[in-house]
Design a binder for this molecule. Structure first.
Ligand code: FES
Length: 109
């Protein structure tokens, strides 16, 4: 992958699934993860299939990740921050980070 050089732009250090990544200040989390060759941002609630960003403009919600313990954050709409900890989102979570089972999702509970 070709990475655009931006001399002079401050870098930030972040973590994805325990791996330390360097990003440029002003990058989105999605851009930083893609630049680090990470394409699997979340898994689907039913089949567990891998998903990654599609629109990169806040519309498709395929880029949901957990950031600093908060689930359902759109990686394409969130700027990187020094010390940020990002995790792959597994299935569907409520805003408190609780993982729903398939049965709970079917009934909306
Ligand atoms: S990539 Fe579509 S909402 Fe983030």
């Amino acid at each position: 992958m070709h990475r655009i050089q931006r001399d002079g732009t401050p870098q930030v250090r972040m973590e994805f699934e325990g791996e330390t990544l360097l990003a440029h200040q002003g990058d989105t989390v999605a851009a930083a993860l893609l630049a680090g060759n990470h394409w699997n941002f979340r898994t689907t609630p039913v089949s567990g299939a891998a998903r990654g960003p599609f629109c990169m403009m806040g519309v498709c919600f395929e880029c949901l990740v957990e950031i600093d313990g908060v689930a359902n954050r759109q990686a394409c709409m969130t700027e990187v921050r020094d010390g940020m900890r990002v995790k792959r989102q597994q299935g569907a979570n409520d805003t408190a980070g609780n993982v729903f089972s398939d049965a709970e999702q079917d009934t909306g509970q």
